[in-house]
Structures are given as structure tokens and as C-alpha cells.
Design a protein around this ligand. Structure first.
Ligand code: HEM
Ligand SMILES: [Cu+2]
Length: 613
């Protein structure tokens, strides 16, 4: 019950981690099934239809239900601590964001258990394939409504972080003294604010096409199928930066901590991040070179895309210069961070190759593309998340993950990763198409596919080892020091691990970049407080975020079956949808009429309230 009603950012971070981790396993299982199907030519392990469901759900799950929530887990666990705040700006909204994500995710996955199966039009849901004419079952309805509900959670989460970072920084923490991970979370949140509404609009239009017979994307009735591609990628391209920027932030923190050096070129890092965020919105049509936009549009989008290599290159060099001459400690967290750099560079290089429009006509829809984006997403983002988890685990849970096991996990996962995806570049160049369930013998694909499958199994083993590490660590006593790596530079390392409910007994006074490091260098033990000890105002827990999201879940269900459920009366689906909305709006009503003043933790209690969050 405690967990259903919590509004504490640290607990919500843990909820995101558990849910995101769970869906990472689901998406990973789907990936393994795909790779088993492809391990030899003409395999019939799964049917063509099931294969389409698997790739669609794998892509959708990994992006929306695994990667995003795990990043939100880190942002929730770390950002308020890094800026010296007691919580996010709107704790209630934070909880609401988690629960809408969660119920949207569950709704999407319910599709597996229905008679018409999971969505099968690819994670990009290209129209008219995703429309009512070609996706006849309910699969795509689950996609449309599940993502719509989960998207609400992401959007309000992003807005919450924007407000938090703008408004709740400790005294003295100017923007140019903000830790890099907080900067990255800030830009990511801004991207969410601009990108997710585009997705919401697209999904709403597709819902109208599917459920209410509209014609937004149906060319036979005056609609426009390419319109969907524009809307989708205006969201979709920024989305990849939403995913990668927080990973960049993690890498910056980890590399500088374990090199015992200030991040090289901090201000250029900040501006590179802003520039990447901005350019990320200008280049969506590089996903559409082959749709026939014409040479002028293709040329402009091609050049704009290649421009992004400049700020990205700045970041890469700054990381390398940070390590240069540092006294580097190869902890597991740092292994992931250092391993990130070359892999991400390789993903970037194939990205520039794809950005050359004429070359893209050759690579398009082959395994080259699959190799490219997995280098960026797995070799970038997932390594970044693993790095961040190892780094902040002691802060989140009070226990250090086992280092030996952590290093073994890294090597097995890393080697497995390159085995899986490096070879797919060549499969692509040989012409193996993407999103096709099998291939003929004698095309020269066999051995490379087998190797790729073996690599995928190694990654699976690596993931299981990580879970094992979590279980083993969990059995140990909670004895991590406040600053367990001893070289912590930022504010989160000045408070106990895990932090008390209110984070900072007294808000710290920030005197420079890497605030804690600066105090250490000046010979101080901790931060100078910016306020006297006093009573601390806390928000009260609430079940309403949960019920609001549950209502949306019920509404989604009702809408989906609005045509088929004809028992009792013809429009029963719409009544169910109405009931759901009633629950949601009822909860909103309660929230607005009930005056909740929260509670206070008094100075006397601060001493014995202790460590438990
Ligand atoms: C961990 C090991 C992973 C393996 C072995 C794996 C494997 C695959 C395979 C075999 C495909 C199908 C390619 C095709 O036939 O078109 C695929 C597609 C895809 N994967 Fe992964 N993947 C992994 C992780 C991830 C992660 C972490 C993400 C994102 C966070 C991701 C995102 C995608 C996307 C977006 C697609 C495209 C789906 C579509 O074409 O609709 N994958 N993956
Ligand atoms: Cu793109």
C-alpha cells in the first residue's frame, strides 16, 4: 500500500526501475525469440504473423516501456539530490506520471493474450498498414491506446522535471554550476515537451481512423499516408535524443568521478547538449529519404543530419580529455562508461553513412539499419543505464553492487553485444532485408546469422548475471557510506545512502561547479548549510494517481471493443469507456476539492527519523 500511494521521488524512481526492468526482460525475451527464428535459413520456429508481432512489440516495448522508464528511474533517483532539493516540484504529478506509464504498458501487453494477437505493423506503425484496412484485429488498437496512455505519463513527467530544475536548485547553483546529468535531464525534458504532443496527435488521429472511421491516413478516402510518417518522425527522431542525452549525462558524471578530474570543457558540453537537442528537431525526414520527398528536401535533411556530428564529436573528445592524465579507476560503472565511447562512435559513424541520402537508398530497410540503431541504442543508451545503475546503486539502496560480478557481467554483455550487431552491418550490405521472418539458403547469410544469435544469447546471460548481482547484493547489509566511491563530486554524495525522506536536513549552499568536490578541496568535511535547521514540509501520500490511471486503462479497453461487445446493448464498449473516464475525472475532482496541506517533520524528529526513505 505504501508503494501504491507514495509520492516520494526516490520511491517513484525505484518503481520506475522495477517496471522498466521487467519490461526490459520482456523485450529481451522477444528479441531472443526473433534471433532464434533467424538462426538458420527457412526456419519455422515462429510463423510469419507471430514474427511481425514479435518485432513490433520488441521495438515498442524496448523504447517506450524499458528504456524510457529506466531513464526516468535514474532521473527521479538522482536529479532532486543533485540540485539540493527535497523532492520534485509536483510530487503528486510525479506519481501520476508513473501510474499512467504503468497502466499504458500493461494495456499494450494485454494484446498478447487476445484472440487477434499483438500489434504487428512495426513500432513505427506506418499507415496505411496500421489502419483499419490492413490491421484488422485489435492489435493496433492496443498500440494506439496503450501508447497514448503511457505517453501522458512521459509528458507530465518531463514537464515536472523542467519545473523542478528551473525552480528548485539550491542557493548558489546557477545554471552553469549544474551537474551534467541534471543538464542532460533538463534538455531531455524539454525535448519531451515538444516531441510527445506530436505523437499524441498522431495516435489520436490514428485512433479516429481505426475506431471512428475517420480518414486521416487513408489515401482512398482523401487522407495522406505520408502525413503519418511526418508526424511519427517529428516525434520519433527527437525521441532518440530523449533516450541518449541522459545516457550522455551519466557518462559525464561517471568518467569525471573515476578519473578524479573535473569534466573537461564543461561549458562546451552544456552548449553541445543544447545544440544536439535543437538540431534533433530539424532532421526528422532522414527517416523518409526513400518516400519520394525529392532531391532538394533530401539534400537539406541530409546536411542538417550530418551537422549533429559536430556537437556529438565535441562531447566525445571532452570525455577523452577528461580521462587524459586522470587517475582512472576501472570500477564496473566506469567500465560501462569507457566501453560506451567506442561503441557509440561506431553507431555515430554508421549514422553519418545513413544520412547520405543516395547511400541510404542502398541501406534502407536492410540489416545495416538494424545494426546502426542497436549500436546507438544498446551500445549507447543501455550501457549508459548500466553504468548509471552501478554508480548510483549505493545511493538508491545503500548497498554497493558486487564489483567482481559486475565486471564479468560487463565483459559478457559487451562481447555478446558486438557479436550480435557488428556482423549485421555486413548482412545488411549483402542485402538481408529487415522485418522479414526468414531467408533462403545459399545467400551467404547463414553463418553470420548464427553468430548474431549466439551473441544475443550471451547478452541474455549478461542480463541474468546482473539480476543475480542485484539479488545477492540485496541480501547484504545496508552499509554503503555517504560517499561510497570516495571521489563523489556532486551534492547527492553529501547525504546518507539511501537518503532520508526529506533528502537534505538543511539545504546546502553551492559555491561552485562540482560543489561537494570544491568543499573537499577547501578542506571542509561537508557542505555549508544555506538555512537554519527547521521544520520540513512534506507532501502527503495519495491513492488518486493510481485510480486516475486505472480509469484511463478501463477507458482504453472500452474504446477498443466498442464495435464487438454487443451483449446487453449495442454500445456497451462506450459505456465502459465512460465509466473509466468517470473514475479518472472523479479522482481529479476529489483532488481539486480536498484541501491537502501535507505534513511537517519537526527539528526534534530530524535526529531520529534516520536513514529510511
Ligand atoms: C538486448 C538485445 C537485443 C537484441 C538481441 C535485439 C534484436 C533485435 C532484432 C533481431 C530485431 C528485428 C530486426 C528486424 O527483423 O527488423 C530488432 C528490432 C528492433 N529493436 Fe532490438 N534487440 C535488442 C535490444 C534492443 C533495445 C535495448 C532497443 C531499444 C531500447 C531495441 C530496439 C529495437 C527497435 C526499435 C527495433 C525495430 C522494430 C521494428 O522494426 O519495428 N532493441 N531487435
Ligand atoms: Cu532520426
Amino acid at each position: 500500500m505504501d508503494w501504491l500511494t507514495t509520492v516520494d521521488h526516490k520511491k517513484i524512481g525505484i518503481l520506475y526501475l522495477i517496471a522498466g526492468g521487467f519490461f526490459f526482460l520482456v523485450g529481451g525475451l522477444e528479441a531472443l525469440l526473433i534471433r532464434i527464428q533467424l538462426w538458420k535459413p527457412l526456419n519455422d520456429f515462429v510463423s510469419a504473423d507471430t514474427y511481425n508481432e514479435l518485432i513490433t512489440m520488441h521495438g515498442t516495448t524496448m523504447i517506450f516501456l524499458a528504456a524510457m522508464p529506466m531513464l526516468f528511474a535514474l532521473m527521479n533517483a538522482v536529479v532532486p539530490l543533485q540540485i539540493g532539493a527535497r523532492d520534485v516540484a509536483f510530487p503528486f504529478v510525479n506519481a501520476l506520471g508513473f501510474w499512467t506509464f504503468f497502466f499504458g504498458a500493461v494495456l499494450l501487453n494485454v494484446s498478447w493474450f487476445t484472440s487477434t494477437g499483438a500489434p504487428a505493423a512495426g513500432w513505427t506503425a506506418y499507415a496505411p498498414l496500421s489502419g483499419p484496412a490492413f490491421s484488422t484485429g485489435h492489435g493496433m488498437d492496443y498500440y494506439v491506446l496503450g501508447l497514448q496512455i503511457a505517453g501522458i505519463g512521459t509528458l507530465i513527467g518531463g514537464i515536472n522535471f523542467l519545473v523542478t530544475i528551473i525552480n528548485m536548485r539550491a542557493p548558489g547553483m546557477t545554471f552553469m554550476r549544474m551537474p551534467m546529468f541534471t543538464w542532460a535531464s533538463f534538455i531531455t525534458s524539454a525535448l519531451i515537451l515538444f516531441a510527445f504532443p506530436a505523437l499524441a496527435v498522431g495516435l489520436a488521429a490514428l485512433m479516429f481512423d481505426r475506431i471512428f472511421d475517420a480518414n486521416f491516413f487513408d489515401p482512398n478516402n482523401g487522407g495522406n499516408a505520408v502525413l503519418w510518417e511526418h508526424i511519427f518522425w517529428i516525434f520519433g527522431h527527437p525521441e532518440v535524443y530523449i533516450l541518449i542525452l541522459p545516457a550522455f549525462g551519466v557518462i559525464s558524471e561517471v568518467i569525471s568521478t573515476f578519473s578524479r578530474k573535473r569534466l573537461f570543457g564543461y561549458s562546451s558540453m552544456v552548449f553541445a547538449t543544447i545544440l544536439i537537442g535543437f538540431l534533433g528537431f530539424m532532421v526528422w525526414a532522414h527517416h523518409m529519404f526513400t518516400t519520394g520527398l525529392g532531391p532538394v528536401a533530401n539534400a537539406l535533411f541530409s546536411i542538417a543530419t550530418m551537422l549533429i556530428a559536430v556537437p556529438t564529436g565535441i562531447k566525445i573528445f571532452n570525455w577523452i580529455f577528461t580521462m587524459w592524465g586522470g587517475s582512472i579507476k576501472f570500477t564496473s560503472a566506469n567500465l560501462y562508461a569507457v566501453g560506451f565511447i567506442p561503441t557509440f562512435v561506431m553507431g555515430g559513424v554508421t549514422g553519418v553513412m545513413l544520412a547520405a541520402a543516395p547511400a541510404d537508398f542502398q541501406y534502407h530497410d536492410t540489416y545495416f539499419v538494424v545494426a546502426h540503431f542497436h549500436y546507438v541504442i544498446v551500445g549507447g543508451l543501455i550501457l549508459g543505464i548500466f553504468s548509471g545503475l552501478h554508480y548510483w546503486w549505493p545511493k538508491m539502496f545503500g548497498r554497493i553492487l558486487n564489483e567482481t560480478l559486475g565486471k564479468w557481467t560487463f565483459w559478457i554483455f559487451y562481447i555478446g553485444f558486438h557479436l550480435t550487431f557488428f556482423i549485421q552491418h555486413f548482412l545488411g550490405l549483402l542485402g538481408m532485408p529487415r522485418r522479414i521472418w526468414t531467408y533462403l539458403d545459399g545467400l551467404g547469410f547463414n553463418e553470420m546469422n548464427l553468430i548474431s544469435t549466439i551473441g544475443a544469447i550471451m547478452m541474455g546471460i549478461g542480463t541474468i548475471m546482473f539480476i543475480l548481482n542485484v539479488v545477492i547484493t540485496n541480501a547484504k547489509p545496508q552499509n554503503a557510506a555517504d560517499d561510497p566511491w570516495e571521489d563523489g563530486r556532486t551534492l547527492e554524495w553529501t547525504i546518507p545512502s539511501p537518503p532520508p525522506e526529506y533528502n537534505f536536513k538543511q539545504t546546502p549552499l553551492v559555491r561552485g561547479y562540482d560543489a561537494y568536490w570544491k568543499e573537499k578541496m577547501d578542506g571542509h568535511k561537508g557542505m555549508t548549510p544555506a538555512e537554519p535547521i527547521g521544520s520540513i514540509h512534506m507532501p502527503s501520500p495519495s491513492i488518486l494517481p493510481f485510480t486516475m490511471s486505472l480509469g484511463l486503462f478501463i477507458t482504453g479497453f472500452g474504446l477498443m471493443y466498442s464495435r464487438d461487445w454487443t451483449f446487453i446493448t449495442e454500445h456497451i464498449g462506450f459505456y465502459v469507456a465512460g465509466l473509466g473516464l468517470l473514475i479518472t475525472f472523479g479522482s481529479m475532482f476529489l483532488r481539486s476539492v480536498y484541501d491537502d496541506h501535507g505534513f511537517h517533520i519537526e527539528p526534534e524528529e530530524l535526529e531520529d527519523k534516520g536513514v529510511k526513505a
